[in-house]
Design a protein around this ligand. Structure first.
Ligand SMILES: Nc1nc2c(ncn2[C@@H]2O[C@H](COP(=O)(O)OP(=O)(O)O)[C@@H](O)[C@H]2O)c(=O)[nH]1
Ligand SMILES: [Mg+2]
Length: 256
């Protein structure tokens, strides 16, 4: 193993950040470190967290990170921002999040704005996830905004996808595209402290019954969370662990 790879696997976040930039920019060094660390990938728990803006994805990922840190697990958070440039609100949220975890080498946070990138969301994300996995992070959590095509794209890149919903955001369940049924391994009904969470959970379950013909083994878990108060986080992580372990079979693609 090269000295650089050893340092990164030893927890050197500065060098990891530089390697991420090199991979993003597709430099030769980037290709080299990706080849070396990528060969060691496959150990991390990798999940995509998607859902409409404001549902609480970032807050939920923060809470999951705290949960994992209590178990001395290392975490990488990759926030994919397909629509806005570095000045966008999502990045501001990430700054706040970075401050909260700063000084803890157990949490690595990175934002990527993918608009205009040659490989699009898929190209950049797949490689960065692989690098983070190979860097020895125990968990890699990828945040994507669930609008447009990106959430289906992310689901193709990660073994487990969590779809985050929340009450008070309009008819979110009604307007969910059919595709989301196929990509969700776990539904998090976040903001369960607010009125309407029962209705959202019931609607998701109703939709799942239709989609899976009532076959319970096929059904993704529906977990209620209050991310801002660290409630339901252990249950969410457990549901994710089950999904990684293959506890749920995705319905066969319908082909259309
Ligand atoms: N009441 C309530 N508010 C929450 C909860 N989780 C997140 N929020 C708030 O919802 C807003 C959007 O959260 P954020 O994590 O940025 O959503 P994202 O756009 O999906 O990443 C923020 O003001 C959060 O503080 C929750 O469980 N309950
Ligand atoms: Mg966010």
């Amino acid at each position: 193993m090269t000295e650089l790879a050893r340092q990164i696997r030893g927890g050197d976040l500065r060098r990891l950040a530089r390697a991420m930039t090199a991979v993003e920019n597709r430099t030769e060094e980037g290709a080299a470190i990706l080849a070396e660390l990528g060969a060691l990938a496959g150990q991390a728990r990798v999940a995509g967290i998607t859902g409409p803006p404001g549902a609480g994805k970032s807050t939920l990922i923060d809470a999951l990170a705290r949960h994992l840190r209590r178990q001395s697990k290392t975490v990488a958070i990759l926030a994919i921002d397909p629509s806005s440039r570095i000045t966008g609100g999502a990045i501001l949220g990430d700054r706040i999040r970075m401050q909260r975890h700063s000084g803890d080498a157990g949490v690595f946070i990175r934002s990527v704005a993918t608009r205009g990138n040659s490989g699009g969301v898929a190209g950049a994300t797949a490689e960065l996830v692989r690098l983070l996995d190979g860097a020895g992070r125990d968990a890699v959590l990828v945040e994507t905004v669930g609008v447009g095509q990106d959430e289906t794209e992310i689901a193709g890149l990660v073994p487990v996808t969590v779809v985050v919903l929340a009450p008070g955001m309009g008819d979110e369940v009604q307007t969910l595209k059919a595709g989301i049924m196929e990509i969700a391994d776990v539904f998090a009904v976040n903001k369960s402290d607010l009125p309407g969470a029962d209705r959202v959970a019931a609607e998701v379950r109703g939709m799942l019954d239709l989609g899976t013909g009532g076959d319970r083994a096929m059904r993704p878990a529906v977990v209620r969370t209050v991310a801002s108060e660290d409630r339901g986080i252990g249950e969410l992580w457990e549901a994710m662990e089950k999904a990684w372990a293959g506890g749920r079979r995705r319905p066969a693609p319908t082909g259309d």
